[in-house]
Design a protein around this ligand. Structure first.
Ligand SMILES: [Mg+2]
Length: 424
Protein backbone atom coordinates (compact mmCIF):
# COMPACT_ATOMS: atom_id res chain seq x y z
CA UNK A 1 0.00 0.00 0.00
CA UNK A 2 1.46 3.41 -0.90
CA UNK A 3 1.69 5.74 2.03
CA UNK A 4 -1.20 8.21 2.13
CA UNK A 5 0.09 11.77 1.83
CA UNK A 6 -2.65 14.37 2.03
CA UNK A 7 -2.23 17.46 -0.12
CA UNK A 8 -2.52 20.77 1.71
CA UNK A 9 -5.27 23.24 0.93
CA UNK A 10 -4.31 25.36 -2.10
CA UNK A 11 -0.70 24.26 -2.25
CA UNK A 12 1.84 26.87 -3.27
CA UNK A 13 3.57 24.37 -5.55
CA UNK A 14 1.94 22.41 -8.38
CA UNK A 15 0.28 19.09 -7.63
CA UNK A 16 1.84 16.03 -9.22
CA UNK A 17 0.15 13.95 -11.85
CA UNK A 18 -1.66 16.50 -13.98
CA UNK A 19 -2.37 15.68 -17.60
CA UNK A 20 -2.03 19.22 -18.95
CA UNK A 21 0.81 21.14 -17.34
CA UNK A 22 1.31 24.89 -17.84
CA UNK A 23 4.71 25.38 -19.47
CA UNK A 24 4.61 28.86 -21.02
CA UNK A 25 2.86 32.19 -20.49
CA UNK A 26 2.94 34.89 -23.15
CA UNK A 27 1.57 38.42 -22.96
CA UNK A 28 1.44 41.11 -25.58
CA UNK A 29 0.16 44.65 -25.66
CA UNK A 30 -0.99 45.53 -29.18
CA UNK A 31 0.13 49.12 -28.70
CA UNK A 32 0.15 49.79 -32.44
CA UNK A 33 -3.65 49.33 -32.52
CA UNK A 34 -5.13 49.31 -29.03
CA UNK A 35 -2.69 50.63 -26.43
CA UNK A 36 -4.62 49.73 -23.27
CA UNK A 37 -5.27 46.08 -24.13
CA UNK A 38 -3.30 43.05 -22.92
CA UNK A 39 -3.59 39.65 -24.56
CA UNK A 40 -2.46 36.47 -22.80
CA UNK A 41 -1.67 32.97 -24.03
CA UNK A 42 -1.12 30.05 -21.67
CA UNK A 43 0.52 26.95 -23.19
CA UNK A 44 0.40 23.37 -21.91
CA UNK A 45 2.91 20.56 -22.35
CA UNK A 46 0.21 18.82 -24.42
CA UNK A 47 0.27 21.57 -27.04
CA UNK A 48 -2.91 23.39 -26.03
CA UNK A 49 -3.07 27.18 -25.99
CA UNK A 50 -5.57 29.10 -23.83
CA UNK A 51 -6.40 32.69 -24.70
CA UNK A 52 -7.07 35.50 -22.23
CA UNK A 53 -7.30 39.26 -22.10
CA UNK A 54 -7.72 42.28 -19.89
CA UNK A 55 -7.83 46.05 -20.36
CA UNK A 56 -6.03 49.05 -18.79
CA UNK A 57 -2.46 49.43 -17.57
CA UNK A 58 -1.28 46.44 -19.63
CA UNK A 59 2.37 46.75 -18.61
CA UNK A 60 1.49 46.56 -14.92
CA UNK A 61 -0.74 43.52 -15.47
CA UNK A 62 1.93 41.78 -17.57
CA UNK A 63 4.45 42.41 -14.81
CA UNK A 64 2.07 41.05 -12.15
CA UNK A 65 1.51 37.99 -14.27
CA UNK A 66 5.12 37.17 -15.21
CA UNK A 67 7.00 38.45 -12.16
CA UNK A 68 4.65 37.25 -9.44
CA UNK A 69 1.75 34.99 -10.47
CA UNK A 70 3.83 32.95 -12.92
CA UNK A 71 5.52 31.20 -10.00
CA UNK A 72 2.19 29.55 -9.11
CA UNK A 73 1.13 28.83 -12.67
CA UNK A 74 4.24 27.49 -14.43
CA UNK A 75 4.49 23.74 -13.95
CA UNK A 76 0.98 23.68 -12.54
CA UNK A 77 -2.17 21.82 -13.60
CA UNK A 78 -3.85 23.85 -16.35
CA UNK A 79 -7.24 22.37 -15.46
CA UNK A 80 -7.12 23.31 -11.76
CA UNK A 81 -8.87 26.59 -12.51
CA UNK A 82 -10.37 27.18 -9.09
CA UNK A 83 -7.17 26.24 -7.28
CA UNK A 84 -5.17 28.83 -9.23
CA UNK A 85 -7.93 31.44 -8.89
CA UNK A 86 -8.29 31.07 -5.17
CA UNK A 87 -4.58 30.81 -4.39
CA UNK A 88 -3.71 33.92 -6.40
CA UNK A 89 -6.71 35.80 -5.01
CA UNK A 90 -5.88 34.96 -1.40
CA UNK A 91 -2.18 35.83 -1.74
CA UNK A 92 -3.02 39.07 -3.61
CA UNK A 93 -5.58 39.89 -0.91
CA UNK A 94 -2.60 40.44 1.39
CA UNK A 95 -2.04 43.71 -0.45
CA UNK A 96 -5.53 44.67 -1.53
CA UNK A 97 -6.23 42.38 -4.53
CA UNK A 98 -8.01 45.08 -6.55
CA UNK A 99 -7.09 46.52 -9.90
CA UNK A 100 -3.93 45.10 -11.41
CA UNK A 101 -4.07 41.85 -9.44
CA UNK A 102 -7.69 41.12 -10.27
CA UNK A 103 -7.21 42.00 -13.93
CA UNK A 104 -4.27 39.59 -14.10
CA UNK A 105 -6.35 36.84 -12.44
CA UNK A 106 -9.14 37.60 -14.93
CA UNK A 107 -6.90 37.14 -17.96
CA UNK A 108 -5.45 33.90 -16.55
CA UNK A 109 -8.93 32.60 -15.74
CA UNK A 110 -10.17 33.11 -19.31
CA UNK A 111 -7.16 31.28 -20.70
CA UNK A 112 -7.61 28.32 -18.32
CA UNK A 113 -11.32 28.00 -19.11
CA UNK A 114 -10.36 28.13 -22.79
CA UNK A 115 -7.97 25.20 -22.23
CA UNK A 116 -10.59 23.20 -20.31
CA UNK A 117 -13.01 23.76 -23.19
CA UNK A 118 -10.45 22.43 -25.66
CA UNK A 119 -9.69 19.39 -23.49
CA UNK A 120 -13.40 18.52 -23.24
CA UNK A 121 -14.23 19.75 -26.78
CA UNK A 122 -17.05 21.89 -25.38
CA UNK A 123 -17.88 25.60 -25.42
CA UNK A 124 -17.34 27.10 -21.97
CA UNK A 125 -21.05 27.82 -21.43
CA UNK A 126 -21.70 24.05 -21.54
CA UNK A 127 -19.10 23.48 -18.84
CA UNK A 128 -20.95 26.10 -16.76
CA UNK A 129 -24.24 24.21 -17.06
CA UNK A 130 -25.69 25.98 -20.06
CA UNK A 131 -27.02 26.84 -22.46
CA UNK A 132 -30.03 28.52 -20.92
CA UNK A 133 -30.77 30.43 -24.17
CA UNK A 134 -29.90 29.91 -27.82
CA UNK A 135 -28.72 33.46 -28.45
CA UNK A 136 -27.84 36.52 -26.37
CA UNK A 137 -29.55 39.91 -26.57
CA UNK A 138 -27.05 42.65 -27.36
CA UNK A 139 -27.16 46.43 -27.49
CA UNK A 140 -24.90 48.82 -29.30
CA UNK A 141 -22.77 51.32 -27.45
CA UNK A 142 -22.17 54.47 -29.43
CA UNK A 143 -18.45 54.40 -30.02
CA UNK A 144 -16.54 54.80 -33.24
CA UNK A 145 -13.58 53.00 -34.83
CA UNK A 146 -11.04 55.09 -32.88
CA UNK A 147 -12.76 54.91 -29.50
CA UNK A 148 -9.98 53.23 -27.49
CA UNK A 149 -8.06 52.26 -30.61
CA UNK A 150 -5.25 54.52 -31.74
CA UNK A 151 -2.12 54.04 -33.76
CA UNK A 152 0.12 56.45 -31.82
CA UNK A 153 0.48 54.06 -28.87
CA UNK A 154 -0.90 56.60 -26.38
CA UNK A 155 -3.10 55.03 -23.71
CA UNK A 156 -6.45 56.74 -23.21
CA UNK A 157 -8.02 57.72 -19.90
CA UNK A 158 -11.29 55.98 -19.03
CA UNK A 159 -14.20 58.19 -20.03
CA UNK A 160 -12.17 60.43 -22.31
CA UNK A 161 -13.02 58.89 -25.68
CA UNK A 162 -13.38 61.40 -28.48
CA UNK A 163 -16.67 62.22 -30.21
CA UNK A 164 -15.28 61.17 -33.60
CA UNK A 165 -15.84 62.61 -37.04
CA UNK A 166 -18.07 62.01 -40.06
CA UNK A 167 -17.65 58.57 -41.64
CA UNK A 168 -18.61 54.91 -41.43
CA UNK A 169 -19.54 53.51 -37.98
CA UNK A 170 -19.19 56.97 -36.40
CA UNK A 171 -22.06 56.31 -33.96
CA UNK A 172 -20.89 58.77 -31.32
CA UNK A 173 -20.47 61.61 -33.80
CA UNK A 174 -23.81 60.81 -35.42
CA UNK A 175 -25.59 60.73 -32.06
CA UNK A 176 -24.70 64.36 -31.44
CA UNK A 177 -24.97 65.57 -35.03
CA UNK A 178 -27.52 63.35 -36.81
CA UNK A 179 -29.52 61.58 -34.08
CA UNK A 180 -32.54 60.78 -36.27
CA UNK A 181 -30.35 59.18 -38.95
CA UNK A 182 -28.51 57.17 -36.28
CA UNK A 183 -31.81 55.91 -34.82
CA UNK A 184 -33.00 54.65 -38.22
CA UNK A 185 -29.61 53.13 -38.97
CA UNK A 186 -29.63 51.20 -35.67
CA UNK A 187 -33.18 49.96 -36.20
CA UNK A 188 -32.44 48.90 -39.77
CA UNK A 189 -29.41 47.00 -38.47
CA UNK A 190 -31.65 45.11 -36.03
CA UNK A 191 -30.64 46.83 -32.78
CA UNK A 192 -33.35 47.65 -30.26
CA UNK A 193 -31.16 49.43 -27.72
CA UNK A 194 -28.13 51.70 -27.56
CA UNK A 195 -25.97 53.30 -24.91
CA UNK A 196 -24.57 56.81 -24.92
CA UNK A 197 -22.25 58.78 -22.64
CA UNK A 198 -23.81 62.13 -23.47
CA UNK A 199 -22.80 63.78 -20.19
CA UNK A 200 -19.05 63.01 -20.34
CA UNK A 201 -18.29 66.23 -22.14
CA UNK A 202 -20.03 68.33 -19.48
CA UNK A 203 -17.85 66.61 -16.86
CA UNK A 204 -14.71 67.32 -18.88
CA UNK A 205 -15.61 71.01 -19.03
CA UNK A 206 -17.00 71.65 -15.57
CA UNK A 207 -15.93 68.73 -13.37
CA UNK A 208 -18.36 66.38 -11.67
CA UNK A 209 -19.31 68.28 -8.53
CA UNK A 210 -22.15 70.26 -10.08
CA UNK A 211 -23.79 70.46 -13.47
CA UNK A 212 -25.75 73.40 -14.86
CA UNK A 213 -29.20 72.90 -16.34
CA UNK A 214 -27.90 74.26 -19.64
CA UNK A 215 -25.41 71.36 -19.85
CA UNK A 216 -28.12 68.87 -18.88
CA UNK A 217 -30.43 70.23 -21.58
CA UNK A 218 -27.66 70.14 -24.18
CA UNK A 219 -27.02 66.44 -23.49
CA UNK A 220 -30.76 65.66 -23.57
CA UNK A 221 -31.34 67.16 -27.02
CA UNK A 222 -30.16 64.17 -29.14
CA UNK A 223 -32.10 61.73 -26.95
CA UNK A 224 -35.24 63.87 -27.18
CA UNK A 225 -34.88 64.02 -30.97
CA UNK A 226 -34.55 60.22 -31.13
CA UNK A 227 -37.66 59.78 -28.98
CA UNK A 228 -39.57 62.18 -31.27
CA UNK A 229 -38.33 60.33 -34.37
CA UNK A 230 -38.79 56.65 -33.43
CA UNK A 231 -40.63 56.74 -30.11
CA UNK A 232 -39.81 53.82 -27.85
CA UNK A 233 -38.59 51.48 -30.59
CA UNK A 234 -35.09 52.00 -29.22
CA UNK A 235 -34.20 51.55 -25.57
CA UNK A 236 -31.70 54.13 -24.37
CA UNK A 237 -29.06 53.59 -21.69
CA UNK A 238 -26.88 56.39 -20.37
CA UNK A 239 -23.37 55.86 -18.96
CA UNK A 240 -21.78 58.55 -16.80
CA UNK A 241 -18.35 56.85 -16.58
CA UNK A 242 -18.23 57.63 -12.85
CA UNK A 243 -17.68 61.35 -13.31
CA UNK A 244 -20.30 62.89 -11.03
CA UNK A 245 -20.93 63.43 -7.34
CA UNK A 246 -24.35 62.97 -5.79
CA UNK A 247 -26.11 66.32 -6.46
CA UNK A 248 -25.00 66.41 -10.10
CA UNK A 249 -25.93 62.74 -10.57
CA UNK A 250 -29.44 63.40 -9.21
CA UNK A 251 -29.87 66.42 -11.46
CA UNK A 252 -28.84 64.35 -14.51
CA UNK A 253 -31.18 61.52 -13.52
CA UNK A 254 -34.09 63.92 -13.03
CA UNK A 255 -33.41 65.41 -16.46
CA UNK A 256 -33.35 61.94 -18.00
CA UNK A 257 -36.73 60.97 -16.54
CA UNK A 258 -38.57 62.29 -19.61
CA UNK A 259 -36.41 60.05 -21.87
CA UNK A 260 -37.37 56.94 -19.86
CA UNK A 261 -33.98 55.22 -20.22
CA UNK A 262 -33.76 51.48 -19.56
CA UNK A 263 -31.05 52.38 -17.03
CA UNK A 264 -28.53 55.00 -16.03
CA UNK A 265 -25.09 53.57 -15.36
CA UNK A 266 -22.20 54.91 -13.30
CA UNK A 267 -23.55 58.44 -13.35
CA UNK A 268 -22.21 58.54 -9.83
CA UNK A 269 -18.60 57.93 -8.88
CA UNK A 270 -18.57 54.29 -7.76
CA UNK A 271 -16.38 54.51 -4.66
CA UNK A 272 -19.16 54.67 -2.08
CA UNK A 273 -21.92 52.08 -2.06
CA UNK A 274 -23.73 54.03 0.69
CA UNK A 275 -23.94 57.02 -1.67
CA UNK A 276 -25.00 54.74 -4.53
CA UNK A 277 -27.88 53.44 -2.41
CA UNK A 278 -28.79 57.02 -1.55
CA UNK A 279 -28.72 57.90 -5.26
CA UNK A 280 -30.91 54.99 -6.23
CA UNK A 281 -33.47 55.94 -3.57
CA UNK A 282 -33.77 59.40 -5.17
CA UNK A 283 -33.30 58.39 -8.81
CA UNK A 284 -36.45 58.47 -10.97
CA UNK A 285 -35.06 55.94 -13.47
CA UNK A 286 -33.48 52.46 -13.04
CA UNK A 287 -29.84 52.33 -11.93
CA UNK A 288 -27.17 49.97 -13.28
CA UNK A 289 -24.00 49.28 -11.27
CA UNK A 290 -21.28 48.55 -12.07
CA UNK A 291 -18.32 47.37 -14.08
CA UNK A 292 -16.36 49.51 -11.61
CA UNK A 293 -17.30 47.28 -8.66
CA UNK A 294 -14.98 44.36 -7.98
CA UNK A 295 -15.23 41.27 -5.79
CA UNK A 296 -18.20 39.51 -4.24
CA UNK A 297 -17.90 41.78 -1.21
CA UNK A 298 -18.64 44.89 -3.32
CA UNK A 299 -21.57 43.36 -5.16
CA UNK A 300 -23.05 41.72 -2.07
CA UNK A 301 -22.97 45.01 -0.18
CA UNK A 302 -24.56 46.84 -3.12
CA UNK A 303 -27.26 44.18 -3.46
CA UNK A 304 -27.94 44.13 0.28
CA UNK A 305 -28.27 47.92 0.29
CA UNK A 306 -30.66 47.82 -2.70
CA UNK A 307 -28.26 50.11 -4.56
CA UNK A 308 -29.04 49.01 -8.12
CA UNK A 309 -31.76 47.76 -10.46
CA UNK A 310 -29.30 46.07 -12.84
CA UNK A 311 -25.92 44.52 -12.11
CA UNK A 312 -23.20 45.25 -14.68
CA UNK A 313 -20.05 43.07 -14.68
CA UNK A 314 -16.86 43.26 -16.70
CA UNK A 315 -15.57 39.67 -16.90
CA UNK A 316 -11.95 40.71 -17.48
CA UNK A 317 -11.84 43.17 -14.59
CA UNK A 318 -13.90 41.38 -11.95
CA UNK A 319 -12.04 38.06 -11.83
CA UNK A 320 -12.64 36.26 -15.10
CA UNK A 321 -15.36 33.83 -16.07
CA UNK A 322 -15.14 32.06 -12.69
CA UNK A 323 -15.96 35.14 -10.63
CA UNK A 324 -18.43 36.58 -13.15
CA UNK A 325 -20.53 33.42 -12.94
CA UNK A 326 -20.49 33.62 -9.15
CA UNK A 327 -21.51 37.29 -9.24
CA UNK A 328 -24.29 36.60 -11.75
CA UNK A 329 -25.72 33.81 -9.57
CA UNK A 330 -25.44 36.07 -6.52
CA UNK A 331 -27.47 38.77 -8.27
CA UNK A 332 -30.04 36.21 -9.37
CA UNK A 333 -30.60 35.42 -5.70
CA UNK A 334 -31.77 39.02 -5.29
CA UNK A 335 -33.87 38.95 -8.50
CA UNK A 336 -31.63 41.65 -9.95
CA UNK A 337 -30.87 41.12 -13.66
CA UNK A 338 -27.28 41.01 -14.86
CA UNK A 339 -25.66 42.66 -17.87
CA UNK A 340 -22.15 42.28 -19.22
CA UNK A 341 -19.75 45.06 -20.05
CA UNK A 342 -17.62 45.29 -23.17
CA UNK A 343 -16.05 48.14 -25.21
CA UNK A 344 -12.68 46.80 -24.11
CA UNK A 345 -11.69 43.77 -26.19
CA UNK A 346 -12.88 40.74 -28.16
CA UNK A 347 -12.30 38.14 -25.42
CA UNK A 348 -14.15 40.29 -22.88
CA UNK A 349 -17.10 40.09 -25.26
CA UNK A 350 -16.72 36.32 -25.66
CA UNK A 351 -16.42 35.78 -21.90
CA UNK A 352 -19.59 37.80 -21.37
CA UNK A 353 -21.42 35.77 -24.02
CA UNK A 354 -20.48 32.47 -22.34
CA UNK A 355 -21.75 33.69 -18.95
CA UNK A 356 -24.89 35.13 -20.57
CA UNK A 357 -25.44 31.72 -22.16
CA UNK A 358 -25.04 29.88 -18.87
CA UNK A 359 -26.81 31.99 -16.22
CA UNK A 360 -30.59 32.57 -16.56
CA UNK A 361 -30.51 35.94 -14.77
CA UNK A 362 -28.32 37.56 -17.44
CA UNK A 363 -30.31 39.82 -19.73
CA UNK A 364 -28.02 41.85 -21.98
CA UNK A 365 -24.54 41.94 -23.48
CA UNK A 366 -22.90 45.25 -24.32
CA UNK A 367 -21.32 45.42 -27.76
CA UNK A 368 -19.79 48.19 -29.82
CA UNK A 369 -20.27 47.57 -33.52
CA UNK A 370 -17.66 50.19 -34.39
CA UNK A 371 -15.05 48.11 -32.55
CA UNK A 372 -16.31 44.66 -33.59
CA UNK A 373 -16.30 45.55 -37.27
CA UNK A 374 -12.90 47.27 -37.22
CA UNK A 375 -10.27 46.48 -34.56
CA UNK A 376 -11.74 43.27 -33.08
CA UNK A 377 -11.82 41.50 -36.42
CA UNK A 378 -8.05 41.68 -36.77
CA UNK A 379 -7.55 40.21 -33.30
CA UNK A 380 -9.65 37.01 -33.53
CA UNK A 381 -10.38 34.27 -36.08
CA UNK A 382 -14.15 33.69 -35.67
CA UNK A 383 -16.16 36.88 -35.96
CA UNK A 384 -19.19 37.44 -33.67
CA UNK A 385 -22.44 36.59 -35.44
CA UNK A 386 -24.75 39.48 -34.51
CA UNK A 387 -28.12 39.75 -36.21
CA UNK A 388 -31.42 41.42 -35.30
CA UNK A 389 -30.14 42.49 -31.89
CA UNK A 390 -28.88 39.05 -30.87
CA UNK A 391 -25.52 37.32 -30.92
CA UNK A 392 -25.33 33.62 -31.75
CA UNK A 393 -23.71 31.35 -29.19
CA UNK A 394 -20.18 30.30 -30.13
CA UNK A 395 -19.97 26.68 -31.22
CA UNK A 396 -16.25 25.92 -31.03
CA UNK A 397 -14.51 24.54 -27.94
CA UNK A 398 -13.44 26.87 -25.13
CA UNK A 399 -13.98 30.55 -25.84
CA UNK A 400 -14.82 29.69 -29.46
CA UNK A 401 -12.28 32.14 -30.86
CA UNK A 402 -8.50 32.23 -31.06
CA UNK A 403 -6.28 35.27 -30.97
CA UNK A 404 -4.36 36.05 -34.13
CA UNK A 405 -0.98 34.34 -33.59
CA UNK A 406 0.77 37.20 -35.43
CA UNK A 407 0.07 39.37 -32.37
CA UNK A 408 2.47 37.27 -30.30
CA UNK A 409 5.57 38.34 -32.18
CA UNK A 410 8.52 38.10 -29.80
CA UNK A 411 10.09 41.12 -31.49
CA UNK A 412 7.16 43.34 -30.53
CA UNK A 413 7.99 45.86 -27.78
CA UNK A 414 4.97 44.89 -25.67
CA UNK A 415 5.74 41.13 -25.76
CA UNK A 416 6.82 39.09 -22.72
CA UNK A 417 7.20 35.36 -22.16
CA UNK A 418 7.81 33.15 -19.10
CA UNK A 419 8.61 29.45 -19.41
CA UNK A 420 8.65 26.51 -17.03
CA UNK A 421 12.19 25.38 -16.24
CA UNK A 422 11.06 21.96 -15.01
CA UNK A 423 11.47 22.81 -11.37
CA UNK A 424 14.74 24.72 -11.79
MG1 LIG B 1 -20.09 51.53 -18.46
Amino acid sequence: MPEYSPKPYLPAVPLDGCEHRIVKIETVNPDHIYPSLLFVRIHTDTGLIGHGETYYAPGAVASMLHDWMGARLLGGDALAIESHWRFLYERAANFGVRGTELRAISAIDLALWDILGQVTDQPIYRLLGGPVRDCVAVYNSLGHPNYGARKDGVQTWPGYGRIGEPGPLQDCYNFFNHPEDLAHDLLESGYTAFKTWAFDYAAHQHGGMRIGMEAVEEALVPMRRIREEVGYKLEIMVDGHGFFMLPAAIRIAEGLAEIKPLWVEDILKMDSIETLANFRAKCPVPVSASEMLLTRADFLEALNKRAMDYVMIDPTWAGGISETVRLAHLAQGFNVPVTMHDCSGPLTLMAGIHVNAAVPGCCFQETCRAQIQTVYKDFIDNQPDIRNGYMALPTGPGLGVKLNPDLFDSKRSGYRVSEWKNGK
